[in-house]
Design a protein around this ligand. Sequence first.
Ligand SMILES: *[C@@H]1O[C@H](CO)[C@@H](O)[C@H](O)[C@H]1NC(C)=O
Ligand SMILES: *[C@@H]1O[C@H](CO)[C@@H](O)[C@H](O)[C@H]1NC(C)=O
Length: 509
Amino acid sequence: MKQGIVSDSEPSKLHQQWCILLSIFAMFSISHSFDYGEALSKSLLYFETQRSGRLPHNQRVTWRDNSGLTDGLQQGVDLVGGYYDAGDNVKFGLPMAFTITMLSWGVIQYHKDIVHAGEYHHALEAIKWGTDYFIKAHTHPNVLWAQVGEGSTDHYCWQRPEDMTTSRRAYEVNATKPGSDVAGETAAAMAAASIVFRRANPHYSHLLLHHAKQLFEFADKYRGKYDDSIDVAKGYYTSVSGYKDELLWAALWLYKATHNEHYLHYTLKNHEDFGGTTWAMQEFSWDVKYSGLQILASMLMMDEKHRKHKHILKQYLSKAEHYMCGCLGKNNVTNVQRTPAGLLFIRQWNNMQYVSNAAFLLTVYSDFLKSTNQMLDCPKEFVDPDRIFSFAKSQIDYILGSNPMAMSYLVGYGSKYPQRVHHRGASVVSYKKDKGFIGCTQGYDGWYGSREPNPNVLVGALVGGPDSHDGFRDERSNYMQTEACTYNTATLVGVFAKLHRSETDDSFC
Ligand SMILES: *[C@@H]1O[C@H](CO)[C@@H](O)[C@H](O)[C@H]1NC(C)=O
Ligand SMILES: *[C@@H]1O[C@H](CO)[C@@H](O)[C@H](O)[C@H]1NC(C)=O
């Protein structure tokens, strides 16, 4: 379904012909030209694949079917829905919430570009599939169900979600067993999503904000790391950075959603104790939110009404600059490592998450600098917004195939992409084609070990990607490189939309 496209005045016939000529010329003159619009559409399909619960009639990824229909039943709570995070069938609350926060940020920032590409409706659906679940999971002001299923029994099996025989036990955080990180991130996700739905669905937006405020209060009042309360999260999504980054992050999102000074003051008051202005990071992820919140805080500075807080906001800015300059290789000492072909490289396991996140943050900040007529002040030199954006684009182009393997790490895009993604559902025959039950270890014997390509293409998934030397082994057992996660793709949505817009209607055509 296409949403109304905001069109400028109707171009003249002659102008149109001239534009066609120009674009033919561009086709031959640009060696690597990617179809970002196609990448955007595909990235949104991926979220349909990762759906848990009862699939709707308009589900476009038809090789999937209903699953997890008794989630929460054992604990007397309805937890049907939400997303599987990656190649397994566990529903992990922390990365799911981060996925929704970042999808929402992308839609807030690149709203017009997503509308222009005709993908606005799909983007909203991707967010709502997550927030509908969070509403169910937040059963009491101080209770959040933060996980369904658990890693060890799930990983013991290789089963389609439609066949699951593994434990579907649900786990909660509450006043006696707190989880400020997962509650904080869920508050951030719901606050950000409330901004997204403000105009499209005001009632829903209001409901999200109500939950976000309660969750933030709960997260702040009963402090603790969620994996100390939910032991089974440890080793899968351990909150290594603790919960202080999520508290600051949630407060900033609530401030953006409500304009209530209370939340801004929280961020200012706790800037030091919570590490907001002391941590200088090189990575931004589902675990470590410091650079994202530092960038959000920095962007408040240009607003006249925040002038009186300039002193603290400047400290946030200095750490935000450290992150961005590090990505650009413009710090004097600590810069992010790169592969020989120029891909940002943080670590071996699922490196692409850091790449797509960095590309997003850099793109957002370059837009901000451009609109406020500023440059990025790095120790080595000043960097103008166009150069920041062109670096972000280089990372996106690497993802789509401009790399030594000539491989698109976005599955289903281009002519060469990973064929053996580490993903239970995609690697086993579709339930729609063969409803015969495939048992726990039967999947390992029959499908996991096969050298054949996956029978189902996991369209729009961004896999872990290459090693530090741009090498990639397309094997199902190589999960560090061939597994994809919802939060890898989440940050691509907005950037694809912006790239698509800037390629299709430059200033003249
Ligand atoms: C809080 O959660 C724990 C499990 O994380 C559970 O054992 C306990 O009963 C819950 N407390 C309340 C008051 O519901
Ligand atoms: C970085 O290096 C440049 C040139 O060597 C020097 O002028 C500048 O003071 C250094 N900046 C910092 C913050 O150390």
